[in-house]
Ligand binder design. Structure first.
Ligand SMILES: *[C@@H]1O[C@H](CO)[C@@H](O)[C@H](O)[C@H]1NC(C)=O
Ligand SMILES: *[C@@H]1O[C@H](CO)[C@@H](O)[C@H](O)[C@H]1NC(C)=O
Ligand SMILES: [Zn+2]
Length: 438
């Protein structure tokens, strides 16, 4: 206030005020996440031989890398792409090692902090106006997503009902949107969840996009009208609420839940390895510090238990389970935990084939599709396998864009195209459900 009362003839006193304004108008100068990713690199490695694979597995522990792809070091094999995020300091030693060992690599990201700050809009550019002008082309914090849900529950009570199925480890409510025309008869339903893994931000963005599209188009679009007439959609925009929140406030690359462990300082369980289906077998880790940690027992995570309880209770009506992850550009169906063919393979396969084709028709983006075990890798304790094993005949996991160029840092500019094409795939699968499977 002192500055404001001083006459203009004192430019020196005025300067700090200008500086203050600049800081407010350009928060880009204050770094996200306290600048903790400055100079960090993302490096792509493709081991060619067994020796190189072995060497990579060994250095993985030594250098404390954050694996982006695949999600566990046990999946690294000859000829497959491995993307690692590594701190600036450790990256020098890693690069020296790779050159020494003659292992091929490519630096995908030179400075992760820069990518992080360029790809997303700044907090002031994000839509903080009224919820009726909610911006679906930016990533939203958990608080914003929950306000948006409350808002829809109030303004679209004819089509949307919001409720909670329990609380997370840190006590946050686990909200679901039930979307569809109210009907007296027990309608069939589709379950959709996004954000099982915290850092995969495009997932929650898609769940929100789906709701928006449904509300915008159900009057004009016959397919959407039919979907909302004959089905309910149970949509969980953020499954792993604690982890998602943490990925906004502390660590952009956090994957797991935030539960504590009695004996280790590492926190969190992989919420996609915690389900009671061949729990903690191949493709899951028993070590609490690993990103694919299966937890102390099945459904140990309150988020997993709440959803499992809900699905158990409603499984008679739920015809499809859809889970949204990133990144890989794949449409996966069971099994994850073994290389066997599911009993209704023909129906599921043709649904996947058509969905991927529909997706590609928009921008030409190619998705691989098939059983998760063969297409991605074997993993036990996944939600998709669990849903299938518990009587939901169509269970799919989407791995959305991209294939590693931006990885988890998919820029906000790509939210629209990614969601637009994914929307077609989801509608296609849903319409497939409404027909008798050929
Ligand atoms: C959604 O709205 C209904 C009333 O229309 C209300 O009963 C319900 O509590 C609301 N849900 C939440 C989570 O606030
Ligand atoms: C689903 O996709 C297939 C392949 O692109 C297309 O032929 C079919 O018309 C689509 N069905 C619906 C209902 O969108
Ligand atoms: Zn995931």
């Amino acid at each position: 206030m002192k500055f404001l009362r001083k006459p203009r003839s004192q430019p020196a006193a005025f300067l700090p005020l200008c500086w203050l304004f600049l800081r407010i108008l350009q928060p880009g100068h204050s770094h996200l996440y306290n600048n903790r990713y400055a100079g960090d690199k993302v490096i792509r490695l493709i081991p060619k031989t067994e020796e190189e694979t072995y060497a990579l597995k060994k250095i993985h522990h030594q250098f404390k890398v954050d694996l982006w792809q695949p999600s566990s070091i046990s999946y690294v094999t000859e000829g497959t792409v491995t993307d690692v995020h590594i701190s600036q300091n450790a990256s020098r030693a890693l690069l020296a090692f790779l050159q020494e060992a003659n292992i091929q690599y490519k630096i995908l990201v030179e400075d992760l902090q820069k990518v992080l700050e360029n790809g997303n809009s700044l907090p002031t550019q994000r839509n903080r106006r009224s919820l009726s002008e909610y911006n679906y082309e930016v990533y939203h914090s958990l608080e914003e997503i929950q306000s948006w849900m409350h808002h829809l529950n109030k303004t679209h009570s004819g089509l949307i009902h919001m409720f909670s199925i329990g609380r997370s480890y840190e006590g946050r409510p686990l909200f679901i949107l039930k979307l569809g025309r109210k009907s007296r008869a027990d309608k069939r339903a589709v379950w959709m969840d996004c954000g099982i893994h915290a850092r995969e931000w495009i997932g929650p963005a898609f769940c929100q996009w789906f709701v928006r599209e449904a509300l915008l188009t159900y009057r004009s679009d016959a397919a959407m009208r039919k979907m909302l007439k004959h089905l309910y959609f149970y949509i969980m925009p953020v499954f792993n609420v604690d982890g998602y929140h943490y990925s906004w406030t502390h660590d952009r690359f956090w994957r797991k839940t935030r539960s504590r462990n009695l004996r280790f300082h590492c926190r969190g369980v992989d919420a996609n390895r915690n389900w009671k289906v061949k729990w903690c077998d191949e493709g899951a880790s028993m070590h609490p510090c690993d990103d694919t940690y299966c937890g102390p027992f099945p459904e140990s995570e309150p988020e997993v238990k709440a959803v499992a309880n809900f699905l158990r209770k409603h499984r008679k009506h739920i015809r499809a389970y859809l889970s949204f992850h990133a990144y890989a550009q794949m449409l996966l169906y069971p099994y994850s935990y073994k290389y066997a063919t599911i009993p209704n393979f023909n129906c599921v396969e043709s649904a996947a084939y058509k969905a991927v084709k529909a997706l590609r028709s928009v921008y030409g983006v190619r998705y691989r599709y098939g059983p998760a075990s063969r297409t991605l890798y074997v993993s036990s304790g996944s939600s998709m396998d669990w849903a299938y094993k518990n009587g939901i005949p169509y269970a799919f996991a989407f791995e959305l864009r991209d294939t590693g160029h931006f990885g988890f840092l998919l820029p906000e500019m790509l939210i629209r195209p990614t969601c637009t094409e994914t929307m077609l795939a989801v509608k296609n699968i849903t319409m497939h459900l409404l027909k008798k499977c050929p």
